[in-house]
Design a protein around this ligand. Sequence first.
Ligand code: ADP
Ligand code: MG
Ligand code: MG
Length: 257
Amino acid sequence: SPLFVIENLHAGIEGQEILRGVNLTINRGEIHALMGPNGSGKSTLAYAVAGHPNYEVYEGRVLFKGENVLEMGPDERAQLGMFLAFQYPTAIPGVTMANFLRLAVNSVRQARGNGEGKPLTPREFRRLLREKMELLRIDESFASRYLNEGFSGGEKKRAEILQMAMLEPEFAILDETDSGLDIDALRTVSEGVNSIFNPNMAMLLITHYQRLLNYIKPHFVHVMLDGRIVESGGPELAEALEERGYDWLKEESEAVG
Ligand code: ADP
Ligand code: MG
Ligand code: MG
């Protein structure tokens, strides 16, 4: 059965419907890109799936490994193997990257029964952290920095990707991972994502711009307009959007009604 399924999702904020019936199926081994103009509802989709308390679900189901995650708290979703990049906290005073990651990794390991659910010893944790930081080519000093304090945009994104590498999720949603990155940071972050990806997991990349998809190749591309997915295709769809913008899809979707 598919790893992740969204069925007829209607969701919004304060009684205002933003998502108006979203359907999406993602299998293991697949990278999907969700594109669309600003305000079309892409982040709302990510927040609704993550269980952000400000977002309300009016109708529909979100199944991960066959379980309806809408009935779970955000922590439970993470423990089941979902990773949502923007869940990354803004800044926790006095908590280093390493301490934050150790808590996060052990929480997920215990819930998922990895290594019989035992927390990693400090030594095991340090080894895992070093391995992942090498993989992502992150400097060792990063681990002793305080979480997000004085991080540049690029460092925040790198911290998110490091968190993803440490948690080894089965499904990851990355919302605008490319925003605010210069070309070198974009390349580094993309290489990190590519090195983490494996055929047992799946990813949903949310991006307004096509440029991220030059570095991370999606298998499928979807376009959201006004809270609905109006077009799906292969990587060529992203190229068409780069050339033609979103207006032609708006006209088509209006003509269909
Ligand atoms: P995207 O990520 O595609 O740019 P969003 O999901 O952020 O789109 O926004 C979809 C719609 O929801 C927009 O019309 C936006 O104005 C509205 N919206 C987003 N966040 C809020 C909020 N916190 N309160 C009220 N409306 C919001
Ligand atoms: Mg509907
Ligand atoms: Mg957004």
